[in-house]
Design a protein around this ligand. Structure first.
Ligand code: FES
Length: 105
């Protein structure tokens, strides 16, 4: 852990349009998204029923769809955008420094 945050990988580890898991030092998993070249981080578990978004979510633009009940969130803000999801996803700031991707908890 540095002042930049927690290093979770290189830019190339997070391909555009895809979702990847990232483990935090305490074992918590975050979901990491590349939306048009910008990287975002949210809690991994859907706030509706705890599906893993990094494993099972479908990313379309900046919207992730949970496959369990088809709820959706805006990954850039965590806001729920489709029923049955009503509770926002927690989001975390992401910084890219040189080629390193850092999450701030
Ligand atoms: Fe995600 Fe129900 S668990 S929409």
């Amino acid at each position: 852990i540095t002042t930049s945050g927690i290093l979770i990988g290189r830019v190339g580890d997070f391909p555009e349009g895809e979702i990847r898991p990232a483990a935090m030092p305490d074992g918590t998993i975050l979901a990491i998204y590349n939306v048009g070249g910008a990287i975002y981080a949210t809690a991994d578990l859907c706030t509706h029923g705890e599906a893993s978004l990094s494993e099972e979510g479908i990313l379309t633009g900046n919207i992730v769809e949970c496959p369990w009940h088809f709820g959706t969130f805006d990954v850039t803000s965590g806001a729920p955008t489709g029923m049955p999801c009503t509770v926002p996803l927690k989001t975390f700031p992401v910084k890219v420094i040189e080629d390193g991707v850092y999450v701030q908890l």
